[in-house]
Design a protein around this ligand. Structure first.
Ligand code: MN
Length: 260
């Protein structure tokens, strides 16, 4: 699977998400991939698992619920879903491609470190399968422009699978919050910076105890050119190749000098 393009027309594709098996984005992803791929398997969490990151369920057993042919729900996380799909449900022949999404909401900048959507693609990558995370950006309280993902996703998937990428690398795709016809193009970007958690609501619960509730608002700043955030802000589709190796090479080299 190393740096070999995926032949989508012959591919067995596993799709999953972190919004749950009944989420509209998963249905959309399936409808886009069904005409393009030979086989599409759905293995996704029973209930929403957004922001569960790359968590694995270790302290209780997992159950697989068969919904239909090639369609299963897992009472666990996105990572559990990919792991059980590959090692149990599809063990006769592993998937050629894992696609996670379409997430309701962007996964931009530091979001990728919290995201269950991206983590599912990470799990696929760790299992040696080319993997793609897909997210549709939207503003809280506004309708999600699913038509944008629907219109652009087939094109993006065809071009991505035709390009090969090395093992240990996954693709993070985000669609902008604009109408399909207003999308300016597809841009290859780097991970930007925008920390979540700047608005924490504080209150008192019915028993008089204080509580804290992390909101969705991010500190919006000027974004650097060439980043996912900046491209999305201009109405472009953003494609970011991410790596599972979190080592920072320049610091590694410098510290080796310091600790010599
Ligand atoms: Mn989600």
């Amino acid at each position: 699977m190393a740096e070999k393009p995926v032949d989508l027309a012959r591919a067995r594709v596993l799709i999953t998400n972190d919004d749950g098996v009944a989420a509209p984005g998963l249905k959309l992803l399936e409808s886009v991939l069904l005409p393009l791929a030979r086989e599409v398997w759905v293995v996704a969490p029973e209930v929403e698992q957004s922001a569960t990151s790359h968590s694995l369920t270790l302290r209780r057993p997992l159950r697989i619920r068969k919904l239909a042919r090639h369609r299963y729900a897992i009472d666990g996380t996105p990572t559990d879903s990919v792991l059980l799909a590959v090692t149990e449900l599809m063990q006769d022949r592993p998937p050629d491609l894992v696609v996670s999404g379409v997430n309701r909401g962007g996964n931009l900048g530091e979001d990728v470190t919290y995201s269950g959507t991206v983590a599912a693609a990470m799990e696929g990558t760790l299992l040696g399968i080319p993997s793609v995370a897909v997210s549709q950006v939207y503003l809280d309280g506004r309708p999600v422009k699913w038509a944008t993902a629907e219109k652009w996703l087939g094109r993006i998937m065809k071009r991505l699978t035709g390009a090969a990428w090395p093992p240990g690398v996954l693709m993070n795709v985000n669609l902008p919050d604009v109408a399909a016809r207003k999308v300016t193009g597809i841009e290859i970007t780097r991970q930007g910076r925008r920390k979540i958690g700047s608005d924490i609501a504080r209150g008192t619960d019915p028993r008089g105890e204080p509580y804290y509730w992390i909101g969705a608002q991010r500190r919006e700043e000027g974004y650097h050119r060439g980043t996912d955030l900046e491209a999305i802000g201009r109405g472009a589709v953003s494609v970011t190749p991410l790596t599972m190796d979190l080592t920072h090479a320049p610091t590694l080299a410098r510290l080796r000098g310091v600790f010599k």
